[in-house]
Write a protein that binds this ligand. Structure first.
Ligand code: COA
Length: 685
């Protein structure tokens, strides 16, 4: 139910929020009395439960100066369709106009929104969001993410009370948490040099959607244990095993066979042996006990097959498609699978997945044998798309090392939250990379990412940015809080690193795997920095440095202000033709081993330098001896990113060596600069 403005403001005032006092008048004489009691001039607004945007229907009259004008205004306002009365309130001094709102999101529950306010709020879209409840840090970040922050600090005669605004956001979060509020728009709120006032308020009461999953610790732990067992199987049955090389039932066996230690049980009533792979075939699962069963039979046979698996395997991975993604019949089948998993001690991954790969243990439980060639490393990729897993594999097979590649498919049972909880405990995983298209249990995902990001970095790529936001929603906040925006805000709030492209997902993950995430901050000796910690760009060719800086800053990267001592030393070390501030042009001095070493040492000692980006484009006739560079890099104590443009073989050689020293390398400026910006804001927020 929509509250009238005076009812909304009463509720807000009950929580200590400052509003422009508002008197509701059903009759003209009452409006006059109200105006006299408040003192002229006053503002008058139509009161209606049906009208969302009062100014759009001529429902707001400002600067009403005397009794005659009150009577005129009242008559105009009460004639507006659906008018229930008129609200009279004092004219507020104009301040910085902001909007504070709350709305309900199907996946994430209650959302708080903040941004530049006023009638153009939808057009400007300068907003930030967080899931309710928020912390003080969330409130601060929300304000800093918008242009409001700059205005509050001083803009064309305006200045605003940051502290009061933080308090307001915290109070609104508290109200929405405690009361049954489905939607709230405080727009505009005028922020002054001291304090603020809510000029207009619109609240819709209603039952809130449920929040987190509410599972007990015991249930969660049992699930984690089960996930561990099926992701590290010692024995695997393949139901739908085939002798035909192009069939999924054959490809899976081929993938699994790369691990000679794994016990493999092909299941097919019509076969005796898998030719070429020398595997004995079992007529049914009944004669077998295994950790995992992989199902590769058509969708209409899957339910029966999974039922046969109960009591014989710990988990089932269903490759078959033709479920929720296909049609109504598929949805029914998928619901049945979910029920089987809930009612029995069996976990189900999929359906509609290409499989899972435990790279560390060389278990390729997928229909793509090529995944057996992945490099062992510490990045776990959890993906909602099998296609994207293949894309990543093709493009990063040489460059990145994985612990797991997990495609969860339609997620009838095993979903992101429990997999993330498993990965949190997994010693082989240092960084978790997520590719997500859409989720149903948003709150649970938020909580799982929050818990995981406390222990290891989580990098997230969400597809669907271009999808139209929910523009048909009734409130400002509702129409501004599109699904992509809410998801990204939730991930930021959970301290995940949000990236924008597939390349960035693995480039940033690799950097964190090499550098070691936030713990590396301790090595960075930044405690004495009285300014913001930033990056230093050191380049052998000036052009590379300038281009890098553009991309780095565009992604929000902050360049370190070098200390006077550092600048002085750089002037001693480098000839006058070069740039000797940040960016630093080393030019041919890079060939002078001692000078190069000293430059990097000087930068490492500057407490405001959090990260060093080193760029170098090598011409084929001018190859640098890697050993010289590596020798110097070994002594650098700060996190570093290298952009090295060279022939593929030359680059590969340097990459392998530099990365073994914990320094991620990239062949292009774009990639290195974006990674540097993300790393910096993650390590030194
Ligand atoms: N137990 C054991 N084996 C069985 C069986 C059962 N209950 N029922 C059938 N089989 C056997 C078949 O006889 C066949 O063996 P054969 O090759 O010796 O004849 C084998 O299992 C496969 O069955 P078939 O009917 O030939 O299916 P298929 O191989 O053509 O297709 C799927 C099966 C699962 C691959 C297909 O239905 C499918 O879903 N493909 C899409 C998969 C996909 O894209 N997943 C998502 C990726 S992101």
């Amino acid at each position: 139910m929509l509250l009238l403005e005076h009812e909304s403001k009463k509720l807000l005032e009950g929580y200590g929020i400052n509003t422009a006092r508002c008197i509701f008048a059903e009759k003209e004489d009452d409006a006059v009395k109200a105006a006299i009691s408040l003192g002229f001039p006053v503002a008058m607004k139509v009161a209606s439960r049906e009208i969302t945007h009062k100014s759009n229907v001529g429902g707001v009259i400002l600067e009403v100066k005397d009794e005659k004008e009150v009577r005129d205004a009242f008559r105009r306002l009460i004639r507006i369709k659906h008018a229930e009365g008129v609200n009279v309130q004092p004219m507020l001094e104009r301040g910085i106009e902001v909007i504070v709102g709350a709305t309900e999101n199907e996946q994430f529950g209650s959302i708080l929104m903040f941004g530049l306010g006023g009638v153009f709020v939808e057009a400007i879209r300068d907003i930030s969001m967080r899931l309710i409840p928020i912390t003080r840090r969330d409130a601060e970040e929300m304000i800093k993410e918008t242009k409001v922050y700059g205005i509050l600090k001083g803009y064309r005669g305006f200045k605003g009370d940051l502290e009061a605004l933080i308090e307001l956001l915290l109070k609104v979060s508290r109200i929405v948490e405690r009361e049954d509020i489905a939607e709230m728009d405080l727009n505009p709120v005028f922020v002054y040099e001291k304090g603020y006032a809510v000029a207009d308020a619109r609240i819709v009461k209603g039952r809130k959607r449920k929040g987190a999953g509410g599972e007990t610790r015991e249930t969660i732990e049992r699930k984690i244990e089960r996930i561990g067992e099926i992701l590290n199987p010692r024995s695997v049955a393949v139901i739908g095993a085939s002798n035909q090389p192009l069939k999924v039932g054959y490809m899976v066996l081929k993938s699994l066979s790369t691990n000679p230690e794994l016990k493999i049980y092909p299941i097919n009533p019509n076969l005796e042996e898998i030719e070429g792979l020398k595997l004995k075939v079992h007529p049914s699962i009944e004669s077998v006990k295994a950790d995992l069963a992989i199902v590769a039979v058509p969708a209409d046979k899957v339910i029966e097959v999974v039922k046969d698996c109960i009591g014989r395997v710990k988990g089932v991975l269903i490759i078959s498609s033709g479920f929720k993604e296909a049609d109504e019949r598929g949805k029914v089948l998928q619901n049945e699978l979910a029920k089987i998993a809930q009612e029995n001690e069996i976990k189900i991954i999929g359906p509609n997945t290409f499989g899972i790969v435990n790279v560390r243990s060389s278990i390729n439980a997928s229909f793509t044998p090529m995944f057996s060639k992945l490099r062992k490393g510490s990045i776990a990729l959890v993906s909602q798309s099998g296609g994207m897993c293949h894309y990543f594999m093709q493009n990063f097979i040489e460059d990145v090392g994985f612990s797991y590649i997990l495609h969860l498919g339609n997620r009838c049972d095993v979903d992101f939250p429990e997999v993330l909880r498993f990965l949190k405990e997994d010693r082989n995983t240092k960084v978790v990379a997520l590719y997500i298209e859409g989720v149903e249990k948003g709150r649970e995902l938020f909580e799982a990412v929050s818990e995981l990001s406390e222990i290891k970095p989580v990098v997230v790529l969400k597809a669907g940015k271009s999808k139209m936001a929910d523009v048909v929603s009734r409130s400002h906040t509702g129409s501004l809080a599109g699904d992509y925006g809410v998801f990204i805000s939730a991930m930021k709030q959970a301290n995940a690193i949000v990236v924008e492209t597939p390349l960035e997902l693995l480039d940033v993950s690799k950097a964190l795997e090499r550098i070691g995430g936030k713990e590396n901050k301790k090595e960075s000796k930044i405690d004495d920095c009285s300014d913001d910690v930033g990056a230093v760009i050191a380049t052998v060719q000036a052009g590379l440095g300038f281009t890098c800086l553009d991309i780095f800053e565009e992604r929000g990267g902050n360049l370190a202000k070098l200390s006077d001592e550092t600048i002085k030393r750089l002037h001693e070390l480098l000839p006058p033709i070069t740039m000797r501030d940040n960016p630093i042009d080393l030019s041919f001095s890079v060939l002078n081993l001692d000078a190069f070493r000293e430059v990097l040492k000087t930068l490492s000692n500057d407490s405001c330098v959090g990260l060093i980006v080193f760029l170098l484009a090598v011409s084929p006739s001018w190859t640098l001896p890697h050993e010289i560079i590596l020798d110097i890099l070994r002594e650098v104590s700060k996190p570093m990113v290298i952009v090295y443009s060279s022939t593929p073989d030359d680059f590969r050689e340097l990459r392998v060596k530099a990365e073994s020293l914990g320094i991620p390398t990239y062949p292009t400026i774009e990639r290195g600069a974006r990674v540097a910006a993300r790393l910096l804001s993650y390590m030194f927020p």
